[in-house]
Write a new protein. Structure first.
Length: 398
C-alpha cells in the first residue's frame, strides 16, 4: 500500500516536471537574445512582424517596405530562422522579423532605383555630397528647377533622399524629398496667353509621349494663342497652341515660334444706290451720277489684327426712254414727280429731261407731238431748266 502510494507520487512528479520543463522548452525555441545593432532594410513584402514568439502578429512588411531599421538584437530560432528585433530612429519597436525579409545596409539604406521627375519647391535645404553630410549645394541655387531622381535612399532617420541629376546628366547631390514635389517630365502647366506665329516646320504634338498631331508649316505666320506652356526636363519650352476659333492645335517647341506682329488690313465694299437712296442690285439701265467713301469701320481681333472696311456709295440715275428720231435729246437727271415749291406735279407727260432753256424743251415737245400725230391737241411736258433747276410746263397746241 505504501509502495503503491510512493509510485503514484513519483509518476505525478515526473508528469508535472514534464509539463513544466516542456513549457520551458517551448518558450526557449527562439533561443537566447543576441545583441546586434546592425542596420537592415526591409526588402520583401508579405512577411509578418511578430509581437512575440507565440506568433502573435504585430505588423506586416507591406507597411514598412524599403524602410531602414536598426536590429538591436536577434534570435537564432530552432526553426532555423534568424529573427531581428527592429527599432526605428525614434526608438519605436516594430516587432520580430525574419531576416530573410531584410538586407543589411548603412544608415542611409540601400540604393533604390527610381527615375521619377521632381521639382524643387523649398528653399534653404542642403544638398549633400555624401551621407557623412558633406555639403554640396543648397536648394536656394536651384529653386523651382526640375531634376530626375535616378535613385533614392530610405534613411534610418526617417527621411527619403533623392539622388538628383539635371537633363545633361550632371549630379547635384542627395536631397531630402521634403524639399521636392513629384511632376511629369514636361513639368507643370503654366498659364500663358501670349500670341505667337510659327516660323519653322516643327512637329505639333498630341501629347508628351511624342504622338504627332500635325506640322507647324500648316499654320505659318498665323496669329496663334499660347494659352499655356510647359518647361520640359529636356530643356525646351512647349506652347499649347489654339487658333482664333478656339481649336487646339497641339504642343510645339517654342524655338519654332516668334512673337506675333499684328497685321493692319483694309478693304472697300461698294454700295450702288439710285437718286432716291434705294440700294440697286444692278446698275444696268442707269447712268453714273457721283460717289463718296466713308471713314471706315475698324474691328480688332484678339491676336491684335486690325481690319478696316470702307464703304463707297455710288449714286446712279435711270436712263429715260428717248425717241431716237428726236434730235433734241437732253440728259436724264431724275424723274420729276410729286411736290416742288408748293406745286404738285403729275407724272403725265414727264420727259425726265433737263434742258438749257424753255425753247429747246418746247422744240423737243413739238417734235415728239409730230411723231405722235397728235394734231389739234395739247401736248404738255414737265421739264427742269438747267442752271435754275426750275420745273416748268411746256406745251404746244397744234
Amino acid at each position: 500500500m505504501k509502495k503503491s502510494f510512493v509510485k503514484k507520487i513519483i509518476v505525478t512528479s515526473i508528469l508535472l516536471a514534464g509539463i513544466v520543463f516542456g513549457t520551458k522548452v517551448e518558450a526557449s525555441n527562439q533561443g537566447p537574445y543576441i545583441k546586434d545593432g546592425s542596420m537592415v532594410q526591409v526588402t520583401k513584402k508579405n512577411y509578418d512582424m511578430w509581437q512575440n514568439f507565440g506568433w502573435k502578429k504585430k505588423n506586416n512588411t507591406n507597411n514598412v517596405y524599403q524602410k531602414t531599421f536598426q536590429a538591436r538584437g536577434r534570435y537564432q530560432h530552432k526553426n532555423g530562422q534568424t529573427y531581428y528585433s527592429l527599432f526605428d530612429s525614434k526608438g519605436t519597436w516594430y516587432g520580430y522579423l525574419n531576416s530573410n525579409a531584410t538586407k543589411k545596409t548603412s544608415r542611409q539604406g540601400n540604393y533604390i532605383s527610381d527615375g521619377s521627375y521632381i521639382k524643387i519647391t523649398k528653399q534653404n535645404y542642403e544638398m549633400w555630397q555624401s551621407f557623412g553630410w558633406k555639403l554640396k549645394n543648397n536648394t536656394n541655387n536651384v529653386y523651382d528647377q526640375m531634376f530626375q531622381a535616378k535613385g533614392r535612399y530610405q534613411h534610418f532617420n526617417g527621411s527619403t533622399y533623392y539622388s538628383l541629376y539635371d537633363n545633361k546628366g550632371t549630379w547635384y547631390g542627395y536631397l531630402n524629398a521634403s524639399a521636392t514635389k513629384k511632376t511629369n517630365p514636361q513639368g507643370a502647366y503654366i498659364s500663358d496667353g501670349r500670341y505667337v506665329q510659327i516660323t519653322k516646320n516643327y512637329e505639333l504634338w498630341q501629347n508628351f509621349n511624342w504622338k504627332k498631331k500635325g506640322n507647324g508649316s500648316t499654320y505659318y505666320n498665323q496669329g496663334l494663342q499660347a494659352r499655356g506652356r510647359y518647361q520640359h526636363f529636356n530643356g525646351n519650352t512647349y506652347y499649347s497652341l489654339f487658333n482664333d476659333k478656339g481649336a487646339w492645335l497641339g504642343y510645339i517647341n517654342a524655338n519654332a515660334t516668334t512673337q506675333y506682329k499684328p497685321k493692319q488690313t483694309k478693304s472697300t465694299k461698294t454700295v450702288n444706290k439710285n437718286t432716291e437712296g434705294r440700294i440697286l442690285s444692278s446698275t444696268k439701265g442707269y447712268k453714273y451720277v457721283s460717289e463718296s467713301t466713308d471713314g471706315g469701320q475698324t474691328t480688332k481681333r484678339p491676336n491684335g489684327d486690325m481690319h478696316t472696311v470702307f464703304t463707297k456709295t455710288v449714286t446712279w440715275k435711270k436712263d429715260a426712254p428717248v425717241n431716237p428720231s428726236n434730235p433734241y435729246v437732253g440728259q436724264q437727271k431724275e424723274v420729276i414727280r410729286g411736290e416742288y415749291k408748293g406745286t404738285f406735279y403729275e407724272e403725265i407727260g414727264n420727259s425726265g429731261m433737263v434742258w438749257d432753256d424753255q425753247m429747246t424743251a418746247s422744240l423737243w415737245a413739238i417734235h415728239e407731238m409730230a411723231n405722235l400725230n397728235q394734231g389739234g391737241t395739247y401736248l404738255t411736258w414737265q421739264v427742269r431748266i438747267k442752271g435754275t433747276n426750275e420745273i416748268m410746263w411746256t406745251s404746244h397746241i397744234n
